[in-house]
Every structure is written in structure tokens, then in C-alpha cells.
Design a protein around this ligand. Sequence first.
Ligand code: SAM
Length: 265
Amino acid sequence: MIDKKHDLESYWNNTAEHIKRYRIKELLTKGIVGTLNPWFTYKKSRILKVLDRIEVKDKRVLEVGCGTGFNCRYLMKKGAKIIGVDISSKMIELAREAATYEGLNIPFYKIDGSHLSFQDGSFDLVFTVTVLQHILDEKMLDELLKSISRVTKKEGEAIIFEDVSVRAQKNSTYISRTRDDYITLFKSNDFKLASYYCISSPFYRLCVLPSRLANRIFRNEIKDEIREETFFTSLYLRLVVFACKRIDKMWQDEVGIGYFRFIRI
Ligand SMILES: C[S@@+](CC[C@H](N)C(=O)[O-])C[C@H]1O[C@@H](n2cnc3c(N)ncnc32)[C@H](O)[C@@H]1O
């Protein structure tokens, strides 16, 4: 189980190494961490749609767990004064590389979100995208929320996109907490909930299970240890994502990726 700072750091450094080896330009420009699975591309597009509606012009914004920096680049282009931090030095290298590639000057720092070295109330908005769901260590999560709370100015915002499946799933790198778990955590760190909704239906899980199955069946087609999609899995996933998109238009549920907007009190 990844629950120590060092282990978490090496896990994400390894992921960054994979990204570097694997179709770097595509992954950087599409902003995907670790895979070209169409579900991730779709999920990313849903998140971007929400980010698009957030007013960030001239706001001081911090992304905790910025990974390859795609969200930071996106928000900088919308006029945010943005800073990205990540626990992984390799992710920060990739984020800097991608920003340079796009001609953007974004400050990226290797910082553990649990110990943010910014002054109190430095930011109008602090956000995370699929970061907390990878922190299994409750003490670390608690420190991270305290840290986020401290650097967010009063009346400022914290926004998170995290998996909120009702039946909590857990493996060595991932945990889906419930919507109420996140609300309680933020409330106990001086935030009040301003809005919440789920940005995808549970059907996306169909993308993950059969892809693993198909990868097993067509094992010899796998070209890369990072689970490159085969012709069959790719076709299958495209069909599932196509169905998910339609279902998501009709479906509002409390499972899938949750979008939370909190106000600092
Ligand atoms: C799934 S990736 C998401 C990256 C990015 N937010 C995105 O949407 O593409 C999770 C990122 O969170 C970072 N991370 C995990 N725990 C962290 C912590 N305690 N402090 C800072 N970054 C952390 C990881 O290194 C990784 O880059």
C-alpha cells in the first residue's frame, strides 16, 4: 500500500518515466497521465468543460498535484496567475518541458501538498484533479487539507475533482471515498460546500474491466508494459465511451467523478 511520502513520490516518478518513454508529445499535449485509454481522454474533456466555466482571469490559482501541468497550461491561457506543485520531481520536469513547448512561463515546483510553502491566504483558488483519491494515508490527507485551507484566502475557493463511488473501492494506489467523506473533510478544515455534482455516470467502469480482460485474451498484442490498447480493446473502449457519453447526458448520480466547489470561511 502506498501510504508513505517516499513511496508516493516514487510511484508518481515511475509514472512520469513511463510518460516520458511513451508518446511523450501526445501525452503532454493531451494532458493524460500514463495512458491513452479513451476513457481517460473522455474524463479529461469532462473536467475541462467544468474548468472552462470557472472565472479565473487575474486570479491567483494553485494546482496541487499538477502532474504534467495540462490543467495549469489550460488555465493560464484563460488568464489565471497560476502555480503548479507536485510531489514528483519527474512530473515537474515534464510539466516544465510541456510549458516550454507551448511557450508558457508557469512556475512549477516540487512540493508535497501536505507542506505547502506559501504564505497564509496566498491564493484565490486552490484545486486538485484526481489527486486525493490516490492518497491512502489519512494523516497525509489531513495535513494536505490543512495546508490547502491555510493558503486559501478567506472567501477564496477550493475545487476538487475526485472519484466518489458509493461503494468505496480501494487498491494499493487508489481509494474512492464517498461524497460525504470529502464534504466532512473540507468542513473540518474551514470550508463550506458551495456546489457539488457528479460529472460522469458509473458506466465508465465498463471501460476498465473489459479492457483488462481483453488485454489478457489478446496478450500477445500488447506492445508496451504501460498497457497500450490493442486494436480490439481500442475498438471496444471507443464503443463504451460512445455509450458513456450518451448515458452521461441523461444520468445524474452520486458515483463516478465528483466536482466539489468549497468556499473558505
Ligand atoms: C492522477 S495524477 C493527476 C495529475 C493532474 N492533476 C491532472 O489532472 O492531469 C495525480 C498527481 O498528484 C500528484 N500528487 C500525489 N500526492 C501528492 C501530494 N501529496 N502533493 C503533491 N502532489 C501529489 C502525483 O505526483 C501526480 O502527479
